[in-house]
Design a protein around this ligand. Structure first.
Ligand SMILES: Cc1cc2nc3c(=O)[nH]c(=O)nc-3n(C[C@H](O)[C@H](O)[C@H](O)COP(=O)(O)OP(=O)(O)OC[C@H]3O[C@@H](n4cnc5c(N)ncnc54)[C@H](O)[C@@H]3O)c2cc1C
Length: 271
């Protein structure tokens, strides 16, 4: 961020973009960004790393070309969602590893339920993350920090009322973990959850999907939404829903691909 600002960049945090409209420019349309509590501001180029469906359905709503993209995205398969439970214990677990994967009793049936819905399965396979195993400074002395992640169907496949389900589902996960970590529940001093509904509300993730457009063969790499919009001049995309794909390495590479595309389009010589 320091480098970005030294290069003249201006960082505006806590300014959700509500809409982008186009106005005529000397050579190409200019993108007028309407962000909360800020005056509208016009730019030659916009790079959106918000959820790709949100970009077209909400930010660029009404702009020619956006509606067709939105419809196309809605015909695509979207990745599963996640139920994430963060918790801290007032004791340590010396036998614990930093990463643990716990397989449930079912495999193929569970995957079918996760990827197709339409209901929340009663069983689960879990990823347990305990960063304090390698960095005890992540929690107060003698304590352990965790998150446990359970893949669940996205809201388009299973319209689960997460406000009603979350605590019960979290309790069931903790009961399952306690079989491996004795006395777990009584040692928990803090806990909070993040559900598919939170992915949708907080990150504007379509269907509350955790990894955007599903990485199936025909939706991967070149077949994902491209880094340059083909119909809206000056709109570029980066992030999980674009080429090459989700995950931190994919997203960083999408940013690099987008930078290279903009540099080529604007004849910027890269040093
Ligand atoms: C629980 C979990 C664990 C993961 N673990 C790993 C891992 O171990 N390794 C790995 O490689 N990947 C992991 N991933 C995947 C990885 O985190 C994502 O693929 C990556 O963060 C996506 O980056 P992004 O920039 O596309 O989206 P995001 O990181 O979601 O960033 C998009 C940002 O845009 C903001 N935004 C949305 N709409 C607007 C708007 N209108 N105005 C302003 N801002 C807006 C959102 O609030 C958000 O901050 C994990 C994901 C999850 C959910």
């Amino acid at each position: 961020m320091r480098l970005f600002e030294e290069l003249g960049g201006v960082l505006r945090l806590a300014a959700p973009v509500e809409r982008v409209t186009l106005e005529p420019g000397p050579h190409a349309p200019r993108h007028v960004v309407h962000a909360a509590d800020l005056p509208p501001e016009a730019f030659d180029v916009v790079v959106s790393n918000a959820d790709v469906h949100h970009t077209y359905s909400t930010l660029y709503r009404g702009v020619a070309g956006a509606e067709r993209r939105r419809r196309r995205l809605e015909r695509m398969a979207w990745s599963m969602s996640l139920f994430v439970l963060y918790f801290g214990t007032q004791r340590r677990y010396p036998e614990l590893s930093h990463h643990t994967i716990l397989f449930g009793p079912r495999f193929e049936g569970l995957l079918r339920d996760i990827f197709r819905g339409p209901r929340l399965p009663d069983d689960f396979s879990l990823y347990l993350h305990a960063p304090t195993v390698t960095d005890p400074g992540m929690a107060p002395p003698g304590c352990e920090a965790f998150y446990v992640l359970s893949p669940v169907p996205h809201l388009g496949n299973a319209a689960i009322d997460w406000a009603a389900e979350a605590v019960r589902y979290g309790d069931a996960i903790l009961a399952a973990l306690e079989r491996r970590l004795p006395g777990l529940r009584e040692s928990i001093v803090t806990r909070r959850h993040f559900t598919p509904a939170d992915f949708a509300a907080t990150f504007h993730a379509h269907h509350g999907s955790a990894f955007s457009v599903a990485p199936t063969l025909t939706q991967s790499a070149y077949f994902r939404p491209h880094n340059r919009d083909p119909d809206i001049p000056g709109l570029y995309l980066a992030g999980a829903g674009t080429h090459p794909g989700a995950g931190v390495p994919g997203v960083v590479n999408s940013a690099k691909a987008t930078c290279a595309t903009i540099a080529a389009d604007f004849h910027v010589v890269r040093i």
